[in-house]
Design a binder for this molecule. Structure first.
Ligand SMILES: Cc1cc2nc3c(=O)[nH]c(=O)nc-3n(C[C@H](O)[C@H](O)[C@H](O)COP(=O)(O)OP(=O)(O)OC[C@H]3O[C@@H](n4cnc5c(N)ncnc54)[C@H](O)[C@@H]3O)c2cc1C
Length: 378
């Protein structure tokens, strides 16, 4: 067969209509930098609050970052397991944040039901310490009234989280793009923000004068905001997908403390990611090329699962991690909010914080941002 495509994700089969490139200076009330899931959610929220004077730019194509190159898992909660988050930020805060993420998945199901499926998800573990961690994870969720079951099945032993879901990330962005264009927002592709200061962003195509700036650039956050460099580490995450196979996994699975993850798509293809645990140092980069060592590792994960279908796609994208596991949504300069560092799980949280950034910008309401991001130890 042909060589698998590199850095064409399996989701790229759904093209999004091209948008213009900025070629002059313009004005807008709100500028959103980054047209991934988080940025598009911010645009959508601004429109729903009646704000029509809104521009969104992307350095590349829409959803060309992690939003179009991820695993498609919609998991409730923050990046760390519930009991760990609860210990760190406090039980009531953890409960509220988890509840919001569950409601966000519900919302995505309603808004774009044809590209979101409520499958539940499986956390599977094999080692005694991680199985103990699963038990603590489950107990903390039960204690706080969330739905979770112990799981024992062909995939292994662990937890079943019935409210989790999967989605087609590019189709989701495509539908959001159609909605925000219809709502009156302006989108520009191949328009890179080069300098950001309060009230003004210099881009590759012209200067945008604006009152509020929301930069939803996740993996590139430290490049746009050097003041965040100490807090953020950019990591490349890699995946591969295979030819179609008979349906075997109804639900997405993550294992090895979340380092590995797999989804079998409705057409039978497997999409699998992992390798950051073993190749972490080499994956600290802003470069999104796939590499042989990690792709070999992923091939090994497939073999361990008895999946021997040919690999058809390989891809990678860069996301940011923080040391404390909490995302960043912060007013870094007057009326400039930097958004990202979801620690590898931004499909749900990114949308919540994209919308929350609009409330912070227009209404000075930082309640949701504080809930998800405030470090209790600092
Ligand atoms: C391989 C992989 C698998 C993953 N799997 C999952 C998963 O299963 N579930 C989950 O919840 N999360 C997952 N994630 C994480 C998730 O994809 C991200 O957290 C999420 O997509 C972030 O969305 P975003 O819109 O904030 O950022 P992005 O999608 O990265 O979008 C940022 C956009 O900003 C643009 N940009 C950057 N710099 C500039 C600039 N200077 N000027 C203008 N535009 C700029 C980029 O071109 C990009 O389009 C995964 C990530 C990867 C890489």
């Amino acid at each position: 067969m042909d060589q698998p495509s590199t850095n064409g994700s399996i989701w790229g089969r759904v093209p999004i209509d091209p948008q213009p490139t900025l070629e002059s200076d313009i004005r807008a009330k709100i500028l959103v930098i980054g047209a991934g899931g988080s940025g598009l959610a911010a645009v959508d929220e601004a429109l729903s609050l009646g704000e029509k004077d809104i521009v969104c730019i992307d350095a590349g194509r829409i959803a060309s970052g992690a939003a179009g190159k991820n695993g498609g898992l919609l998991l409730a909660g923050l990046a760390d397991p519930y009991h760990t988050v609860s210990k760190f930020i406090g039980r009531e805060r953890a409960r509220q944040a988890y509840d919001m993420t569950e409601r966000e998945i519900d919302r995505m199901l309603v808004e774009t039901h044809d590209c979101v499926r409520r499958t539940g998800s499986l956390r599977i573990e094999t080692t005694p310490p991680l199985l103990d961690d699963c038990r603590a994870h489950m107990q903390a969720l039960i204690d706080d009234g969330f739905h979770v079951d112990r799981y024992e099945g062909p995939e292994g032993t662990g937890l079943l989280l019935p409210n989790d879901a999967v989605f087609h990330p590019v189709e989701h962005c495509k539908q959001k793009v159609a909605q925000v264009l219809q709502g009156g927002a302006m989108l520009f592709e191949h328009t890179k923000a080069r300098e950001i200061e309060s009230g003004r962003v210099v881009t590759s195509g012209g200067t945008i004068h604006c009152e509020h700036i929301i930069a939803a650039v996740d993996g590139k956050l430290d490049l746009l905001f050097p003041e965040l460099k100490e807090e953020i580490t950019p990591y490349r995450l890699q995946m591969a997908a295979t030819e179609q196979a008979p349906l075997r996994f109804r639900r997405p699975i993550y294992w090895n403390d979340g380092y590995n993850y797999l989804q079998q798509l409705e057409d039978g293809s497997f999409a699998v990611g992992g390798g950051r645990d073993e190749h972490g140092a080499a994956e600290i980069t802003h470069c999104d090329d796939t590499t042989e060592p990690v792709q070999d590792h992923i091939r090994g994960l497939l073999s361990e699962l008895g999946i021997d279908q040919e690999i058809t796609h390989r891809w990678a994208a860069v996301v940011s991690y923080t040391k404390n596991g909490l995302p960043i949504a912060r007013e870094v300069r007057h009326k400039v909010i930097a958004l990202g560092a979801y620690c590898g799980t931004g499909n749900v949280m990114g949308r919540i914080l994209g919308r929350a950034a609009v409330h912070a910008s227009l209404r000075r309401d930082f309640s949701t941002i504080d809930l998800f991001t405030k470090d209790p130890s600092s």
